[in-house]
Design a protein around this ligand. Structure first.
Ligand code: MG
Ligand code: MG
Ligand code: MG
Length: 337
């Protein structure tokens, strides 16, 4: 519903109040990553909040959820604190990192003032009242972009934060195996490894991934399905795409049946048109795609695979944003016509 004149006046009054209070107390800018935060979201919030603060804009990192086991390993390894979990941002100035859609932003984002977006995903259709600082680049990780900002600004990255940033780039690019990887990501990791004093980055990457998959065998299926789950609106259809990644692929494959039945339950309970889960094998460089809901046939065809038991192996498919979302968007565009 469009806001009435009275609503606008009320909003202007409230915003004015915040501005007054804001200038008195200088509330810090909140820096936040997406829902179901991954390592890129957690460490982009931390690294950007530090940079902004160094540049004279007080900023704090928050998160829309607790760190996943991989991110927790990284936090512990480098002695960093997890950002406070904060689901409400109304009335605050907010910078979004690692996302730029309403579906992945805090639920009350429309009642906050977005002052910045730093991301590496496709434009997601957000609107703002004021001009906003936006930096979106087709690189493997938000932290690569933030590293470039540090360089440009001549601000030194603290060693622990450098470790977090490097881990986030590793995590998003699957240690450079994802097709989203660019030379900028490799260059950033090279520099950050020196600052973080990581001698053997390959070994460190392995440690990080095995920490991340330690509970894949035992954790409840519901929570694993939500760990890296993203919602999308595709031509008015509610579509969910989750991804789980492992070096030890058996940990994922062995629970495939459980994932499928959990997906069916969720699809019906929450009205998803389609639900896709990517079980990604880092070593074999591909994903088992689990697909439930409507349009299974069309989706399977779009990936050039034949589904058996609601699933199929898609060789070379590792990136949700580069190899899965565009394919699904096309399927739903076509179905609409
Ligand atoms: Mg992310
Ligand atoms: Mg990312
Ligand atoms: Mg990811």
């Amino acid at each position: 519903m469009a806001p009435t004149v009275i609503d606008r006046c009320k909003l202007a009054f409230v915003c004015g109040l915040f501005l007054l209070l804001g200038s008195a107390s200088a509330a810090p800018v909140l820096v936040v990553g997406h829902k179901n935060p991954d390592s890129d979201s957690i460490f982009a919030a931390i690294s950007l909040a530090y940079l902004k603060s160094q540049q004279g804009t007080p900023a704090v990192a928050i998160a829309q959820g607790k760190p996943n086991p991989e991110s927790q390993f990284v936090l512990d390894y480098f002695g960093l604190q997890a950002p406070a979990v904060e689901l409400r941002v109304a009335g605050n100035q907010v910078m979004l990192v690692d996302h730029n859609t309403y579906a992945q932003a805090p639920d009350d984002i429309k009642d906050a003032e977005i002052v910045g977006i730093i991301d590496h995903h496709s434009l997601g259709g957000m609107l703002t009242d004021e001009p906003v600082e936006v930096l979106i680049k087709p690189v493997g990780s938000t932290n690569t972009i933030i590293w470039q900002l540090y360089e440009r600004a001549g601000v030194a990255v603290p060693s622990a934060i450098a470790g977090g940033m490097l881990s986030a780039i590793f995590s998003d690019t699957l240690v450079f195996r994802s097709p989203t990887t660019t030379d900028s990501d490799r260059a950033a990791v090279e520099s950050l490894a020196v600052i973080a004093d990581i001698k053997d980055i390959k070994k460190y990457g392995q440690q990080m991934f095995s920490a991340g998959e330690a509970d894949l065998k035992t954790a409840p299926i519901e929570s694993l399905l939500q760990r890296d789950f993203k919602n999308f609106d595709m031509q008015g259809n509610k579509v969910g795409v989750a991804q789980l990644t492992a070096v030890n692929f058996a940990l994922l494959r062995d629970r495939k049946g459980d994932y499928l039945s959990q997906m069916q339950t969720l699809q019906k309970a929450q009205g998803y048109k389609s639900l896709v889960l990517m079980l990604t094998a880092i070593e074999s460089e591909g994903s088992e795609l689990l697909i439930v809901g409507e349009n299974q046939l069309e989706i399977g065809q779009a990936f050039n695979v034949r589904l058996e038991d609601d699933s199929a192996w898609a060789a070379g498919v590792m990136s949700r944003k580069k190899q899965v979302i565009p394919v699904l968007e096309k399927v739903f565009d076509k179905l609409k016509k």
